[in-house]
Design a protein around this ligand. Sequence first.
Ligand code: GLV
Length: 303
Amino acid sequence: MITVYHSEHAQSYIAALSRLLPGHRVSDQLEPDARYAVAWNPPEGFFSNLSGLQGVFALGAGVDRLLGRQDLSPDIPIYRLTDAGMAEQMVEYARYGVLHWQRSFDVYRTQQQAQQWQVRPDRRKADTRITVLGLGEMGGRVAAALAEDGYCVSGYSRKRHALDRVNCISGEAQLNALLAQTDVLINLLPSTALTRGLLSAKRLALLPAGSALIHAGRGDQLDENALLAALDSGALRFALLDVFALEPLEAGHRLWGHPRAIITPHSAAQTLIGEAAAQIARRIQALEQGQEVTGKVERSRAY
Ligand code: GLV
């Protein structure tokens, strides 16, 4: 028995998983004999009655909402989606933001409003310095794609990675030094004890004047007041923002109307129902045969 929780698409997941796993009963009912839960942001208490759980499958790449919960024993393994069609979307999102900066679309937009016809100096990709925070499924693909495009790409991760044509670094001192040489900062880190608050006022201030931020990690990593101050002063030319401290972003929040903010509703890389269900079904089949599967979350590092 597999129980599914999704506030909008539960029925679609139930249909897809039932088709892929004909030997299993799949439903949105909380039945104590459920062996697996497939869920996105289930409310607190959701897992309380599921005493027979052997695994939880997150319907997303980030599992911050599944960790540290009172209703879920730390002994129950959690699996997160790995790519499942999201990395390609994230590459598109990052390219949009990077091109926005490189080709000055934000500046031309402002000039348009003032009916001002003024060409900005050309900037080549090789002269556009990009730093990607997080080099996992999403960040690794984004860094590789932008490097392949011809940008000058660096990547920061907790443990140093090795990626072709990407200057990979780790550690706080190296990160701070790199920020001072970054035109476009792309945050794709998971929310962990080490990344919460990472984009503090102090770190934002290290970015060169006129740089840009693309923020699609988690809202708790960014000091939104510091961001607003940097946007107000023009220290940051613009921010492309997909995640927020509080989601949905509250009505009336200053970021909504800020001329230097571009807001998307946590849609940079959406979970694709078909791909996600197929990946989860493959993993459940493997687990049922006693095999190891990828995507298992290490709770100590929170991803
Ligand atoms: C989206 O934020 C996800 O974690 O997949």
